[in-house]
Design a protein around this ligand. Structure first.
Ligand code: VGL
Ligand code: ZN
Length: 207
């Protein structure tokens, strides 16, 4: 694949809490780090996202007495999976994986900072309406194709990829640079939705 100046690598949530030993560990999550670092050298432009919740965030099971992590509840904006407390602003769990090369990133986009709304997608919060500003940034920078990777495939990566398509970007998912939570069929469902909206798949070796 030829990578040019209109391509951007979007690295989603490669943070300690999504890696083994973290509060919401994605199986084998830390395996993406070396792949993402190598990919970074192939792109002139890199953007990172960082899940960044205030304490007591509405997506935390601890904010819903009687509920357990991975239960689903209905909030103002619709269905929401309840998570263990994770990526709390300023904590070690919210920091990027120590070996992730963040030096060349041109933007670090934080999301999920509003107490009452979760944000899986890098583009819109979970009400599907509140923009993060990323689309405007990418358009103004003249990017037309987004290569997505990171954690977790079936949540933040997939939502970002799908929204990228809806907003008119070309989107390519780098499969071996992602790992999934896979909750009750969520990975298969996410793959189905991504393919329906025209997200292309590749592997890091092709890039
Ligand atoms: C994520 C669940 C909750 C993710 C973030 O990065 O995929 N998943 N917060
Ligand atoms: Zn989160």
């Amino acid at each position: 694949m030829t990578i040019d100046d209109r391509d951007v690598l979007l690295v989603v949530d490669v943070q300690n809490d999504f890696c083994p030993g973290g509060a919401l560990a994605v199986p084998d999550g830390d395996a993406v780090v070396s792949v993402v670092n190598r990919l970074g050298t192939r792109f002139a432009h890199r953007v990172l996202t960082q899940d960044w919740h205030p304490p007591g965030h509405r997506s935390f099971a601890t904010s819903h007495p009687g509920r357990a992590p991975f239960d689903t509840v209905t909030l103002d904006y619709g269905e929401q999976v309840l998570w263990p407390d994770h990526c709390v602003q300023g904590t070690p769990g919210a920091a990027f994986h120590r070996e992730l090369d963040t030096t060349g990133a041109e933007l670090v986009l934080r999301k999920g900072f509003r107490e009452a709304i979760d944000s899986y997608s890098a583009f819109f919060e979970n009400d599907r309406k509140t923009p993060t500003g990323l689309a405007g940034y990418l358009r103004e920078r003249g990017f037309s194709r987004i290569f997505v990777c990171g954690l977790a495939t079936d949540f933040c990566v997939a939502y970002s990829a799908e929204d990228g398509r809806r907003l008119g970007f070309e989107v390519v998912l780098i499969d071996d640079a992602c790992r999934a939570i896979d909750l009750a069929g969520s990975l298969a469902a996410a793959r189905g939705r991504m393919s329906e909206c025209g997200v292309r798949l590749t592997t890091s070796g092709e890039v």
